[in-house]
Every structure is written in structure tokens, then in C-alpha cells.
Design a protein around this ligand. Sequence first.
Ligand SMILES: *Cc1c(COP(=O)(O)O)cnc(C)c1O
Length: 436
Amino acid sequence: MKYYSTNGKAGSVTLAEAVKKGLAPDKGLYMPERITRLPDEFFGRIETMDFQSIATTVANAFFGEDIPSEDLERIVCDTLNFDTPAVRVRDNIYALELFHGPTLAFKDVGGRFMARMLSYFIKKEDSRKKVTVIVATSGDTGSAVANGFLGVDGIDVIVLYPEGKVSEIQEKQFTTLGQNVTALEVSGNFDDCQRLVKTAFLDEELNSRLTLTSANSINVARFLPQAFYYFNAYAQLRRQGLAENVVFSVPSGNFGNITAGLIAARMGLPVKRFIAANNRNDVFLEYLRTGKYTPRPSVQTIANAMDVGDPSNFARIMDLYGHSVEAVRKDISGCRYTDGDIRATIAAVYRESGYILDPHGACGYQGLADSIAPGETGIFLETAHPAKFKDTVEDILKMEIEIPERLQDFMKREKKSIKISAGFGDFKEYLESRDI
Ligand SMILES: *Cc1c(COP(=O)(O)O)cnc(C)c1O
């Protein structure tokens, strides 16, 4: 299958090219040229299937023409070594817990899948040259990507992060791994890290020596696999006889997660409607209200993975809906919550049900609580484990929250990083000095 650019000024490419490039040369995002509707027979028996079989069927619809089914099945099963349970929070509201992976956030699904798919394509090319994945992070992306690529053949990962600006838990998740993962601690801010990465991609000399790839979230191999768990959520609700009027509420930042859900619906998944739940960064809600999209600088909130002022996947939503705000409104509604709202939700839900939300999931939950109608079943994506935002959640609930064992394991390990300045010369010198 071919992938086209949402900007329409670059040619279509193969899956392998789309995965290796990430962004199209015209700065558009790649989209699959076809979205295959899955057969009724599949929906007829989805409730009898486990997550891995469901995901393999969905993966085949996208990637089946490009990757033989045994290889694809292996990639899917290696990726999904954890489940995504739907847990009841109150009457008709469920949490789809996406935090049971290695770094306790939903980005594990895309990170692990992309690593395995990229490795598959590299092996097929049979070049002995290693691929170097460079990724700038303000916290969560670095850990999901680094853990996703850990130990994967033929790929080295370099994570750049701003010194002193990520939480200790986040830092430990990509500085303690070793093997093929190196962490560079940049004396600067996140924008400096991102600039270093972008400059490296433009540096001809470097690119003639090294095969550099980015692993940012717009990559189709990180984006499309997120459709898997929407199907798995539906299967779980079906088993309980609750799948008539399903509403998905998705805490959204760059809108990759919700766009994967929209694609699942195009594949035939029976979803009544979607809610895009935002914090104070609400350019999408404004778009729904006014029909005008006006990017703004992001503002800092306690749901910081959603602090995005110009969501990159907006381009994909426009593409899916032919740039029609009326069409978008039929499927998606929006909502916005302040830090005060998020705190109140976390406190109230714990008081009423004992369920501990993280600040992102809290937006998703509240989006349902504010709009759910009789006869609907709401399911919000719980995108991270609350322990990843320990200080915030403990401050709201006035109690200690338990840190899962796999997070504690990271905390015990020794941090290893290489300090570099924010100047490109230092970074380039480091890249050139690596033994490849
Ligand atoms: C990345 C992230 C989000 C936002 O997801 P998008 O796909 O960018 O919309 C929400 N919650 C958490 C915890 C995240 O890490």
C-alpha cells in the first residue's frame, strides 16, 4: 500500500519509506491511501478473540500487502506483551487502561511497534550499516521510544533531553537502559534539543556517514497501531453486553491517539461518537466552535503531555473529513478543563469510587461525565499510570500513591548520561565519534 502526504506536494511512498522518513518532504503527514473496512465476520466474533489476534487482524488490513503475515504477527505479538483492560469506574463509564506497558503510558504501543517494524525493514535491506534513531524529549516520548527500541537489532537510539528539566522518574526511564540506548543531557531547554535533532537531519556530511531516523509521533508506524486498542476496548464491552452506543473520550495533545480511533471507526468499528478532551490548550475546541483553526503557543498545565498549541495530527483529521468542520462535528465534540477542574475531578472520582486517575485521564473521564446520555457506554483512554505524576496526584489526594514495581525498578538503577552543550558542534562531534 502507498502512503500519501496530507500536504499533497510530495509523491506517495511505500510503507518502508514512510516509516524511515517520518515526515513527508513537503512537511505533510503520511496517510494510508486506503482504509480497509473489516468484514462483518470479524465483528461477529471479535468478543471471542484475544488482544493479540484482534490486533493482528487490524494490522493486516494496513500492512498486510507489505509484510508477510507471519512476520507481521510476530511484530504485533512482540509489541503487545501487555493488556489494555477496560475497568469500570462508575455506572456507564469505563477506563481503558493503556498504562500496563514498560513505561506506563500508551506511547509504549506505538514505540514498541515502530521499533520492530523499522528493524524488520532494515534487516530486509541487508545493509550492514546501523540506523541511528535520534529523539528529543521533554519527558514521556523519550522513555517510550528508548524502551521500545531497547535491544532491537541494527538500531542505535540517542535520546536528547534538557538537563534538570525532566522529572526523576522520567529521566530514569531512558538513562538507565544501556545496551543500544544512549542519553545525552543537553545544557539547554527542550527547544534546544529539538533544534539539535532537526539540524542533524539537515547536515549533509553527517547524513552521508550515518543513517539517521526520527521516531516522533507523526510516524505512521507509531500512529496506526494505536487503533488496535480501540478494537480491544470494543471487544471487552461486547462481552458485557455494553457495546450498543459506545462513546470514546480521548485526552488529546497532538491528536494522534484520537485520530487512530477515527481510523478504527472508518474500518467499521461501531462507535457512536468521540470526545476530544483537552486541558487549557484548546485550539481544537475553538475550531469546533468557530470553524477556524488558530494555533497558539502552548500553556503549561498539570496534564503536561497535552500541552500542545498546534496539534500535528490536525492535518490528518482535516484529511479524513475533507476539511469540513460540519463533518468533523458529527463525529467529534470537544471539552476543556483547567488545572482546577482536573484536580476537582481526581479528588471526586477517588472519593466516589476509589479509582485513581492521572491528570490526563481525568480530562477524558470528565468529558464523559459532562455529556454521557442514557443508553450510552462511555470509555475514556487512561493514557498514563497516576504514579507517573506522583507529586501532583499525591498533592490532590493528600495521600501516598503506590509506585508499580516496574517503575520502582527503574528508580533503583544507575543513571548514565553524556553531558553536551546546546551548540550543534558538540552534538555533531559526538555523533561522528561513535563507533559504527
Ligand atoms: C502523549 C500523551 C497524551 C496525548 O496524546 P496525543 O496522541 O498526542 O493526543 C495524553 N496523555 C499522555 C499521558 C501522554 O503521554
